[in-house]
Design a protein around this ligand. Structure first.
Ligand code: MLC
Ligand code: AMP
Length: 493
């Protein structure tokens, strides 16, 4: 039984979503999702965990499709709307998606992916017949989200309905969600931050959620000024951008915005480390002390600053209720208080498996503890993140990026002998991507068509923003590339 949907039935007449300036009730969401379920079921009683991919902007339709897939007994696979074709193709093939639902805007992009194996369904063509939906047990698989790792291609993180329910319930309780809350989503909906923390928590609570088609400072401030929202959640880069936009406004306008922000119940930051300068500047502008929390695709959220207690700058707070957290040293043993260790977690919110990757799933756990790869210290129960245990993972604008995936593409260029990709600290983006490149003999510079060629194969948040042409990559005595050294070289230029 999918609790999120069962709860909606009890508040059918309430407003659920405001999308494209149109208000939709929970009843409309249930009605449209039943129509989508009918299209997918096409007379069958149950999708039995068939994967259904969809590429639709954050909107009423997005949620109706997600719920429709769940109600039909399928597994929802939301696609990244910024991904180029090869990345989308990888997800479709990896999940062996049975269907791909697309909105008009993405029809030509995904046309090559609609085949006999993966039936293409235009969202606009879905009719008004409502399905009789099967009983879906909560232990069944519900969603696959793709995440980059330190090895191989991105992995599909599988969560069950129970995992999702646990992720939502934890946050609803910790952050005191209620049906009178009104939030705006400005995040992409192929990540847990937007899907779980914003949209699903709102709908679980009987609250309402606004959708802005994309991140845009002016529209966000307009909505804030209207007094229609009282909750906001974003990645640090978004707060950075809002602060800088606010600074460009007239004094009168600044005061109006500040007054509106003062009325918010709660503002949250996460998905990447919140710089203390951003926290402090935002406090001056809004009167709000951002609540920083820590999470991951594989578990939703795990650690959070308190709603009522002190929010300490630079700290991610305490384990959420229901979470077990430990810090483990290189020797595999739990570290003493104050010492650095890898965050490992256990809880009902932790994912089921990596899709089709039994070995990777096994390697991700140590006796039932999920190994996050994030390093932290703990003092009096409060955690502070120190970084990751791998330099191959970059966080830019809240997006997790695998350096290895970018290197693999760059190495395909006929002019490149070798390369190494690293994250370079950046005030706005957290990190930006830097590529150190060794050219083949005879080549002296990157040709004009190199960047356009690379950009075709990567979403814009993964594009290298800095290049260094090198005689050789920095290496240690064993001949292994020292990425920390490369990072230093980038910081010198
Ligand atoms: C975009 N640009 C970048 C960039 N991304 N430049 C450097 N580094 C990046 N990473 C550039 C573009 O090329 C373009 O440049 C300009 O910025 C605007 O591009 P855009 O695509 O329109 O960007 P925008 O919409 O403004 O995106 C910024 C953003 C977005 C911060 C809103 O990156 C975003 O939505 N991030 C959130 C990702 C997220 O949800 N993560 C959660 C993962 S879950 P030009 O020159 O053309 O103007 C997770 C678990 C947890 O982490 O704990 O939550
Ligand atoms: P993703 O795989 O995209 O879900 O990203 C999860 C990663 O984001 C975590 O493993 C952390 O490295 C990082 N992250 C999330 N929240 C925070 C935070 N508050 N501070 C620092 N890093 C964070």
């Amino acid at each position: 039984m999918i609790q999120l949907i069962e709860r909606a039935k009890k508040r059918a007449s309430q407003e659920a979503l405001i999308s494209n300036h149109i208000s939709y009730t929970y009843h409309q969401l249930l009605e449209r999702s039943a129509q989508i379920a009918s299209e997918l079921l096409d007379g069958k009683p149950d999708l039995n965990e068939a994967r259904v991919a969809f590429i639709v902007d954050p909107s009423f339709e997005y949620v109706a499709i997600q719920w429709g897939i769940w109600r039909a007994g399928g597994i929802a696979v939301p696609l990244c709307t910024k991904h180029p074709l090869p990345s989308l193709q990888y997800v479709i093939e990896d999940t062996q998606a049975q269907a791909l639902i697309y909105s008009k805007m993405y029809a030509s992009l995904v046309a090559p992916l609609c085949t006999e194996k993966t039936i293409g369904i235009s969202m606009e063509s879905i009719g008004s017949h409502e399905a009789t939906c099967p009983e879906v047990d909560s232990s069944r698989m519900a969603m696959i989200l793709y995440t980059s790792g330190t090895t191989g291609k991105p992995k599909g993180v599988v969560t069950t309905h129970l995992n999702i329910q646990a992720q939502i319930e934890m946050l609803v309780k910790a952050w005191k969600w209620s049906s009178s809350d009104r939030i705006v989503n400005v995040l992409p909906l192929h990540h847990v931050h937007g899907i779980i923390n914003v949209v699903s928590c709102a709908l679980w609570s009987g609250a309402s959620c606004f959708f802005l088609p994309k991140f845009d400072e002016k529209s966000i401030f307009e909505l804030f000024k209207s007094g229609k929202v009282n909750l906001f959640m974003a990645v640090p880069t978004i707060y950075y951008k809002l602060i800088h936009y606010w600074k460009t406004q007239s004094e009168t306008e600044q005061k109006i915005i500040t007054k509106a922000l003062n009325n918010f119940r709660l503002m949250i930051s996460g998905s990447a480390a919140l710089p203390i300068t951003t926290l402090e500047e935002w406090k001056k502008i809004s009167g709000q002390v951002l609540l920083e929390r820590y999470g991951m695709t594989e578990m939703g959220m795990a650690i959070s600053n308190p709603y009522d207690g002190e929010r300490v700058p630079g700290s991610i707070g305490y384990p959420l209720e229901g979470m077990k957290v430990r810090l483990v040293g290189e020797d595999g043993k739990q570290v003493k208080q104050g010492a650095t260790g890898e965050i490992q977690v256990q809880g009902p919110n932790v994912f089921k498996e990596y899709w089709g990757k039994t070995d990777a799933t096994k390697e991700a756990f140590d006796s039932g503890w999920f190994k996050t790869g994030d390093m932290a210290v703990e003092q009096d129960g409060r955690y502070r993140i120190l970084g990751r245990n791998s330099v191959d993972i970059i966080k830019s604008g809240g997006h997790k990026i695998s350096a290895l995936e970018i290197e693999e593409i760059i190495r395909k260029s006929s002019i490149v002998k070798d390369c190494a990709v690293v994250g370079i600290p950046d005030e706005e983006w957290g990190e930006i991507v830097g590529a150190g490149i060794v050219l083949n003999e005879g080549e002296v510079t990157l040709p004009e068509n190199f960047e356009p060629w690379l950009k075709e194969q990567l979403p814009n948040f993964q594009w290298p923003r800095k290049y260094l042409l090198l005689e050789d990559l920095p290496r240690n005595v064993m001949g292994k590339v020292t990425k920390k050294e490369l990072q230093k070289q980038f910081q010198k230029v």
